[in-house]
Ligand binder design. Structure first.
Ligand SMILES: Nc1ncnc2c1ncn2[C@@H]1O[C@H](COP(=O)(O)OP(=O)(O)OP(=O)(O)O)[C@@H](O)[C@H]1O
Ligand SMILES: [Mg+2]
Length: 249
């Protein structure tokens, strides 16, 4: 009797954990880049990771989305192991990399349609969804132009739309606002807040402390492949938290 009750509680707790890392390490050429990292990130929150160049932030996020395999440990997305059940796990999130390389010969619209197809969506569902999310940014006619001619900011906007196309529960973003103009930065941040309102979870890596301050709930500071600080953010506190963490290390 007790056993079932305990199992139920564990199950309920598990359902609230969007992203779980258990003893994750990564070596490149025998050098340890990420050291034995464990995290449980509940859903409905915006997490940011900051840290010096080369700290290991991109390496960690690439392991979370299945682009790199951990040397040891495991990563679960709503309970699905990203290495053992990649297709199931990938249905649950969208990813925007720090290099939103896209297919230059496709128009933005074709790129969104292709992404939807790769996510296993039906054509009608894809066009409905493009209509829903297509007016997030004032993209106007560039949607019909080849992406080869897009500015950095426009590529970033299309990357965000493509990450949202299949209505994911989690967004992973490496450098969300590089190339965006001030109005678009604000729109981008508000989309993250809206996403969170609908029980979404966001994990983004950035060097722009003001953006993290404005839009994230919780910060992780990474240095030399180790999370040296992990705490909630209150407005305008991030500069001090960051400098203190790096000076204390
Ligand atoms: N494929 C790879 N092979 C070998 N070393 C790598 C590889 N990818 C990353 N590294 C090394 O891992 C370390 C962490 O790199 P990473 O890109 O994760 O840092 P970062 O925190 O994202 O830095 P930045 O803030 O500059 O984006 C660096 O020393 C980098 O040179
Ligand atoms: Mg990086």
């Amino acid at each position: 009797m007790f056993f079932y009750y305990y199992a139920d509680i564990l199950y309920m707790m598990d359902k609230n954990i969007a992203i779980s890392l258990n003893g994750v390490s990564k070596k490149f050429n025998n050098k340890i880049i990420i050291h034995n990292t464990s995290l449980d990130l509940p859903r409905g929150k915006i997490f940011t990771m900051i840290g010096p160049n080369g700290a290991g932030k991109t390496t960690l996020i690439k392991m979370m989305v299945g682009l790199l395999t951990p040397t040891s440990g495991n990563i679960k997305i709503f309970g699905c192991d990203i290495v053992k059940e990649p297709i199931e796990a990938k249905k649950k999130f969208g990813f925007i990399s720090d290099d939103p390389s896209a297919y230059d010969y496709l128009s933005g619209l074709e790129f969104l349609a292709l992404t939807g197809k790769l996510r296993g969506m039906e054509e009608l569902h894809i066009s409905n969804r493009i209509r829903e999310i297509g007016d997030i940014f004032p993209l106007d006619d560039i949607l019909y132009q080849p992406m080869a001619y897009y500015s950095r900011g426009s590529r970033q906007k299309i990357a965000l739309l493509s990450a949202l196309i299949h209505n994911p529960k989690i967004l992973f973003i490496d450098e969300p606002i590089v190339g965006l103009d001030p109005a678009s930065i604000n729109i981008f941040g508000n989309i993250l807040l809206e996403f969170k309102k609908n029980e979404g979870t966001v994990f983004f890596v950035t060097h722009t402390l003001s953006f993290a301050d404005n839009f994230a709930d919780h910060v992780f500071i990474m240095n030399n492949g180790i999370i040296i600080k992990d705490q909630p953010i209150s407005k305008n506190s991030l500069d001090d938290i960051y400098m203190d963490a790096l000076n204390d290390k």
